[in-house]
Write a protein that binds this ligand. Sequence first.
Ligand SMILES: CC(C)(COP(=O)(O)OP(=O)(O)OC[C@H]1O[C@@H](n2cnc3c(N)ncnc32)[C@H](O)[C@@H]1OP(=O)(O)O)[C@@H](O)C(=O)NCCC(=O)NCCS
Length: 163
Amino acid sequence: MRWWDIDPVLVLEKDLFPEDAWSRGMFWSELAHSRGPQATRRYVVAEENGRIVGYAGLVASGGQGDIQTIAVARDHWGTGLGARLLTELLRAATAFECSEVMLECRVDNVRAQRLYERFGFEPIGFRRGYYQPGNVDALVMRLSDPATPRNPVNGVQGTETHG
Ligand SMILES: CC(C)(COP(=O)(O)OP(=O)(O)OC[C@H]1O[C@@H](n2cnc3c(N)ncnc32)[C@H](O)[C@@H]1OP(=O)(O)O)[C@@H](O)C(=O)NCCC(=O)NCCS
């Protein structure tokens, strides 16, 4: 993801996370840490015919990866794009030499949880009231050893992912 992707990403962000959408400043701040030798983040976008249809990001620190976000445009749900973006993030976690990857997910987001479970993430606890202002709990999930591929993904024709 580059700075010029932020505007189209924000359109998707507001649609997909209406209660707690990230601001433009949050994306800028994340991208500021995603380039160069000291980079601690990897943000990717998926494009189809010049339109951004998905994006995802990971932060790495002290051998641990954290999935910051993963999102797919509604008209692309169920095409395997979520799995592809997650594969990209786990590849990045491996490049950052992470031995585990963590994430938080709304307890009511069953669709996302199924995606993570397919990749071997396991629930390890809850964070009460993690999502504000709705006061929704987060399920914390963990994947050990992201370098071990668990979920071969079919190609999604016509969709390109890049950083
Ligand atoms: C969660 C989210 C990223 C999933 O994206 P997606 O593109 O629908 O995910 P996938 O297509 O990879 O997987 C969804 C289903 O499609 C199926 N699928 C269809 N075609 C597929 C293909 N070619 N390859 C792999 N899976 C395919 C998968 O098996 C899966 O089915 P299952 O959930 O019953 O096991 C997406 O729904 C989203 O953006 N939601 C809103 C934002 C959000 O909640 N983000 C997560 C925050 S924690």
